[in-house]
Design a binder for this molecule. Sequence first.
Ligand SMILES: Nc1ncnc2c1ncn2[C@@H]1O[C@H](COP(=O)(O)OP(=O)(O)OP(=O)(O)O)[C@@H](O)[C@H]1O
Ligand SMILES: [Mg+2]
Length: 372
Amino acid sequence: MLATRCLSRPPRLGLQVGRTVGAGGSVERMPIIEIERLCKSYQVYQKKEGLWASVRGLFRREYRQVEAVRGIDLTVEQGEFVAFLGPNGAGKTTTLKLLSGVIHPTSGTARVMGHVPWKRENAYRRRFALVMGQKNQLWWDLPAQESFRLHQQIYRIPTSSFHQTLDELCQLLDVKNLLNQPVRELSLGERMKMELIAALLHAPEVLFLDEPTIGLDVVAQHNIQHFLRTYQQTKQITILLTSHYMKDVLALCKRLVIIAQGQICYDGSLTGIIDRFSTDKVVTLLFGGDRLPSQWEPLGRVLEVVGPKVKLRVERQRVAQVLASLLADYSIEDVSVEDPPLEEVIADAFNQVSRTSVPGAPLDRIVPGTRV
Ligand SMILES: Nc1ncnc2c1ncn2[C@@H]1O[C@H](COP(=O)(O)OP(=O)(O)OP(=O)(O)O)[C@@H](O)[C@H]1O
Ligand SMILES: [Mg+2]
């Protein structure tokens, strides 16, 4: 992320915020991101249709209050790789913008490595980076190399460590031969790799990634995932990742935070989400002989039938009952009962949390009669 003014580099302390050395010399983890009751609402001009309404709007405007983030609490420890998920419009990007100091909150507090992000202290800017898959942060007409040099000047990165980090990142991302090509000529995947390099040149301790693999093909997604996993494991930085690609999440994160309608509705492990949101099990049956049930509806939803092998989705609490009745009436050679794939459970979770209206203030409120 390119800053707009020069940052003076303070002396690096041996002990960083986020880590402390315990009595036995072991490194204990400390919260590195602390968010309390954070809220952000936007006021959006509500234009009505028609000429008369447009004229009226010149004198009396109506605004709609959009409560994008509604009192979230979140603590992330040093070295965690957290997936921050939610349906469209849930408040993910708004939260990342708040944590990067791009916007101010309406209320609430947040500290990242002890800094209040929206104070925009240089000391903080030097220690984090934000990468947005939707936004191009490099100079479009210049080769990425030039943007990186500018970045070096802005962040006052010593020449030797600049070259060392750049070499290391180019090697990991396999883009060394593209450094002198104008960014506008790069493919989406190549450009995203350059964006990541720009963000990591100043060795941030916290990285906010907002849909870094959006629009990329499967191979490019896989490359970025591999890079992020290797980089995070080596450097032990803290990453908050939003993505709509569940493969990213499954490949990278152990902890999942789900936000819907501006409120956090799940914070836990990947596997814990099954207990919380999955209502079904997948039952696979291998029938012996030719006789199969003629009607499946009373048992569950058929997912697949291949010869004598049938895959059913059955409500969790009915699994024992369904199996008992099938075993009593049919010859069954093999049975397996599994949880649905995590991707499906997460999709179910989104559906459930989107349907549930969250208690509290209404999401959109009309604020009438504000004169301009
Ligand atoms: N600058 C803005 N002005 C007005 N409303 C905004 C603004 N930015 C975001 N919003 C609204 O805030 C809500 C949350 O938006 P946000 O971009 O944080 O969602 P998101 O979770 O990132 O969604 P997506 O998955 O689609 O990227 C949405 O209803 C959006 O319309
Ligand atoms: Mg977003």
